[in-house]
Design a protein around this ligand. Structure first.
Ligand SMILES: Cc1cc2nc3c(=O)[nH]c(=O)nc-3n(C[C@H](O)[C@H](O)[C@H](O)COP(=O)(O)OP(=O)(O)OC[C@H]3O[C@@H](n4cnc5c(N)ncnc54)[C@H](O)[C@@H]3O)c2cc1C
Length: 404
């Protein structure tokens, strides 16, 4: 008996894998999802923010715990910049377990197969297929696919096995689930400063039933030997903010990586990376769900046609992916450059000055008009062009930002 064959085998049943599987199964191709855990949506390592566009795409409104209208952003010395409008939803807070399970369920309803407790141990690409050796419930099974898609997250086996490069940045995220925080309804909060979240920010996000998620992210280099938990403790004990956290009790805590900056090779002969495995998370917010959905919807029609012809060599995949992926790559680079210029590469003193400029009514108005967490580049460019205090920065950034 020959080995079982699927048109597409996807490694990883997270939001990227589930979404890709749905698109592919809906177009009539056979798909197998491999998930190394026994359950979808665990372990959970996410603040759970899902943008309205990503939510609209999957319609999983029952996974929403809270709607968020805006962010109260605090500078290192306490300057407040409120961004958002009461009653206008900017983002949703979801239960990741229900969300991920919903995304994967949609793929099964569209005809995809799933093997839980299963992971690849070897893969070899041939002219017309990929041979895969899978460990399923500890048993070794050989299968084949026309195309292998790696949706296996930040430490992707697929990416490492096929030597497809590394994401440009690997941020470390930490989060605690708490009760006892008194925040403003429908608003999240962000805190900055080198003791709290060097180069990045900490967050407090309402997560339903009086609970909140307190988290922060940074890079190993910027932490300069400190642990991420130390920065979390610094936030809770900070002279400006400690009163807010005085009644907080933790119910859970976890840590996870945020890979951002697309890898050098997002595809090879008969292999593609999607989502965190490809380094898709946003350099400005760490959000990875929306970009993963965007990555697949941008290529699916042409990919489906190539699957029908079983023409999936690197050159054909280049024709399908490169235009769309290069634009995403370029947007990420610009967003990172703007983030570094305005926030990440600034001392607390300089960041305070920037916050004083952000807090001016006309600048808040500009942020609310142009600001979109899904498209931070137009906002950054508008700030550099229109806010007098940032014009010098624009000159410093010069051609690098405008033309990269
Ligand atoms: C603290 C923190 C907060 C975050 N907050 C947000 C947020 O608010 N909004 C947002 O959009 N993003 C957020 N992110 C990022 C977000 O979690 C990821 O971008 C998103 O989960 C990426 O989806 P994915 O499907 O590519 O990868 P994952 O969600 O990592 O899914 C990968 C799946 O593959 C499976 N897998 C891995 N290796 C194998 C293997 N070898 N074989 C079989 N299966 C395998 C895993 O078990 C998992 O199910 C946050 C990240 C962190 C760390």
């Amino acid at each position: 008996m020959g080995v079982q064959h699927w048109d597409v085998v996807i490694v990883g049943a997270g939001p990227a894998g589930g979404r890709v599987a749905t698109h592919i199964a809906e177009r009539g191709h056979s798909v197998l999802l491999l998930e190394e855990h026994e359950e979808i949506g665990r372990p959970f390592q996410c603040a759970g923010l899902v943008t309205p566009n990503a939510m609209k795409e999957v319609g999983l409104f029952h996974s929403i715990l809270e709607e968020v209208d805006g962010a109260l952003i605090h500078g290192p010395s306490g300057t407040l910049v409120p961004v958002g409008t009461e009653g206008k939803v900017r983002t949703y807070v979801v239960c990741r377990k229900i969300f991920d399970q919903g995304v994967v369920k949609q793929s099964l309803e569209a005809g995809a197969d799933i093997w839980l407790n299963s992971k690849p141990v070897d893969a070899n690409v041939h002219d017309d297929h990929v041979d895969l050796t899978i460990s399923r419930n500890g048993e070794i099974i050989n299968i084949s696919a026309s195309l292998l898609i790696g949706c296996d997250g930040a430490h992707s086996w697929t990416r490492r096995h096929f030597k497809m490069g590394k994401p440009k940045e690997l941020m470390i995220g930490f989060q605690a689930e708490v009760v006892g925080y008194e925040g403003r309804d429908r608003w999240l909060e962000m805190f900055s400063g080198s003791e709290i979240a060097p180069g990045f920010f900490a967050w407090v996000i309402p997560s339903g039933n009086g609970s909140h998620r307190i988290g922060l992210w940074s890079t190993a280099k910027r932490l300069e030997g400190r642990s991420i938990e130390q920065c979390y403790d610094n936030l809770l004990k900070h002279p400006l903010w400690k009163d807010r956290f005085s009644n907080v009790s933790e119910t859970a805590r976890y840590c996870g990586p945020v890979p951002s900056g697309m890898v050098k090779n997002t595809f090879k002969d008969r292999v593609i990376l999607i989502g965190d495995s490809a380094g898709m998370a946003k350099p400005t917010t760490g959000g990875g769900i929306g970009p993963a959905f965007e990555q697949i919807s941008g290529i699916i029609e042409n990919l489906s046609a190539a699957l029908t012809k079983n023409k999936l060599d690197k050159k054909t995949l280049h024709g399908i992916c490169s235009k769309h992926f290069s634009k995403m790559h370029k947007d990420q680079n610009r967003a990172r450059a703007l983030r570094n210029l305005l926030v990440s590469d600034c001392s607390d003193e300089v960041l305070d000055k920037h916050f004083n400029s952000f807090a001016k009514p006309e600048v808040i108005q500009l942020i609310n008009e142009v600001g979109d967490i899904e498209k931070p580049v137009p906002l950054g460019m508008a700030l550099l062009r229109k806010v007098p205090a940032f014009r010098k920065l624009a000159l410093k950034a010069g051609a690098k930002l405008i033309f990269t």
